[in-house]
Ligand binder design. Structure first.
Ligand SMILES: NC(=O)c1ccc[n+]([C@@H]2O[C@H](COP(=O)([O-])OP(=O)(O)OC[C@H]3O[C@@H](n4cnc5c(N)ncnc54)[C@H](OP(=O)(O)O)[C@@H]3O)[C@@H](O)[C@H]2O)c1
Length: 347
C-alpha cells in the first residue's frame, strides 16, 4: 500500500546569537515540509529516518559569521543544524547501505534525510545491545574525545593526580583515570552531578559554584594532568596547582564560548608558569586521532558500557521542538547529563 506523504520537520539555524543562544531565536522548529517515503527520488542514495542527534557545546562555535580562522564552517541560516547522529535506513539504492542498517555520522536535525556519501557513515551493528542513544554519547564523539585524547596525550602514570571538569567527556576521563590508578579531582556545577562523579570513582568531587577551585587544588594537588574543558580562571588555577612536568590536555574552553564585547574572554595570568614548571600543553580535536584509535574504541567501549563498567547519564529531549532549549542548556550547564535529541522512535 502506498503511504501518503508525511511531515518532515526540521530544526533550522535562524540567527547568529550574541552571547548565549536564545531558545526562541537561534534555531526555529519548521514543520512545513513533507516527504513521500515510498516515492521520493533517492538519486542513487539512501533514505534515512533520523533517530537521535547529539547536542554538544561545540555547536555554539558553528553559530557565527564565517571566519577563515575556524576549522569548521559556520551553519547556514535557513538550513537545519547538523551533528553526529544515529539513523535507520528505510530505502536504499546504494548496495553498501541496506534497509534497517543503523548508521552513525553527521545527520541533519530533520526527521528524514536522503543521503549519498556512504563513506561518511559507519554502520553500527550494536552487538552489545545497548540503547541507540548511547551511540551519540558515551559510544560516540564525546566518548571518543576522552578515549583518544587520553591515549594520545595524557601520558598517565599510576599514582599521579588528575584534575578535570566533568560533563560527558570528563566523566569518561574520570573512569579511564581511575582504571589506571590515578587520584582524580573532579568538579561539576550541581550537587546532583557531583554525586554522579563521586559514584564513578572521583576521589575528590566538588561543586565549583559552591567551593573555590583554587582552594581545592591547593589542598588536594599538585596535579600531574589537567584535562581542560573550561579555560579562563580554571586554567589559571590549574597552572598554579601544576606539578613540575605536568601535562595539560586542552580539550575545550567552555567558559569562553559565549564571550561578547561586554563580557570579553578571560586572559590567563599564570601562563608564565609553563616555563618554570616545564609544562606540556597540547590541544587536540577528536577527529585527528580517528584513524589511530577508532577501531579499538568500537571494539572495546560498547561492550564495556553493556557490562556496566563504564557509566553515563543522559538528558533526553524528545522531539525537535526542544532543540533551542537544549542548545542553551549545554552552554549554561542546565543539562543533567549527555544531551541527546530523540528525533523519532526507533521503529
Ligand atoms: N577537542 C575536541 O575534539 C572536543 C570534542 C568534544 C568536546 N569538546 C569540548 O570538551 C568540553 C566538554 O564537553 P562536554 O560535552 O563534556 O561538555 P560539558 O558537559 O559542558 O562539560 C564541561 C564541564 O565544564 C564545566 N564548566 C563549564 N563552564 C564552567 C566554568 N565557567 N567554570 C567551571 N566549570 C565550568 C561544566 O560544569 P557544569 O555544566 O556542571 O556547570 C562541565 O563539568 C567542551 O568544552 C567541549 O566543547 C572538545
Amino acid at each position: 500500500m502506498h503511504m501518503a506523504p508525511v511531515r518532515n520537520a526540521r530544526s533550522v539555524f535562524n540567527e547568529v546569537p550574541i552571547g548565549l543562544p536564545d531558545p526562541g531565536r537561534t534555531v526555529k522548529y519548521d514543520d512545513s515540509q513533507t516527504i513521500d517515503l515510498d516515492d521520493v527520488d533517492l538519486g542513487g542514495g539512501f533514505l534515512v529516518k533520523v533517530l537521535y542527534v547529539s547536542m554538544d557545546p561545540y555547536l555554539r562555535n558553528r553559530m557565527r559569521e564565517p571566519s577563515p580562522k575556524n576549522l569548521r564552517p559556520p551553519f547556514i541560516i535557513g538550513d537545519p543544524l547538523v551533528n553526529f547522529g544515529i539513523g535507520v535506513v528505510l530505502r536504499s539504492e546504494n548496495p553498501e547501505m541496506k534497509v534497517d542498517d543503523h548508521i552513525y555520522g553527521f545527520l541533519p536535525f530533520q526527521e528524514y534525510a536522503i543521503l549519498k556519501e556512504t563513506k561518511a557513515f559507519r554502520v553500527i551493528s550494536n552487538e552489545a545491545n545497548i540503547p541507540w542513544s548511547a551511540y551519540v554519547g558515551v559510544c560516540s564523539m564525546p566518548g571518543q574525545t576522552a578515549y583518544y585524547g587520553w591515549r594520545a596525550l595524557a601520558e598517565a602514570k599510576k599514582g599521579e593526580t588528575l584534575f578535570v571538569s566533568a560533563g560527558p567527556v570528563g566523566s569518561f576521563v574520570i573512569q579511564l583515570a581511575k582504571h589506571e590508578g590515578l587520584k582524580v579531582i573532579a568538579s561539576a556545577g550541581s550537587d546532583e552531578k557531583v554525586q554522579f562523579i563521586k559514584s564513578i570513582g572521583a576521589d575528590v568531587a566538588f561543586n565549583y559554584k559552591k567551593e573555590l577551585t583554587t582552594e581545592i587544588l591547593d589542598k588536594e594537588g599538585p596535579i600531574n594532568i589537567y584535562w581542560d574543558h573550561v579555560g579562563g580562571e580554571t586554567l589559571d588555577a590549574a597552572l598554579d596547582a601544576a606539578a613540575h612536568f605536568a601535562r595539560f590536555v586542552e580539550c575545550g574552553m567552555m567558559s569562553q564560548n559565549n564571550a561578547t564585547p561586554e563580557n570579553p574572554p578571560y586572559i590567563p595570568k599564570n601562563l608564565q608558569l609553563v616555563i618554570g614548571k616545564t609544562l606540556t600543553i597540547r590541544g587536540f580535536v577528536v577527529t585527528v586521532f580517528e584513524d589511530q584509535y577508532k577501531e579499538d574504541f568500537y571494539a572495546e567501549i560498547p561492550s564495556r558500557v553493556a557490562k556496566g563498567e563504564l557509566k553515563y547519564v543522559e538528558d533526553v529531549t524528545v522531539g525537535l521542538e526542544g532543540v533551542g532549549q537544549a542548545l542553551l542548556n549545554v552552554q549554561t550547564g542546565a543539562n543533567r547529563g549527555k544531551s541527546v535529541i530523540r528525533v523519532s522512535q526507533s521503529q
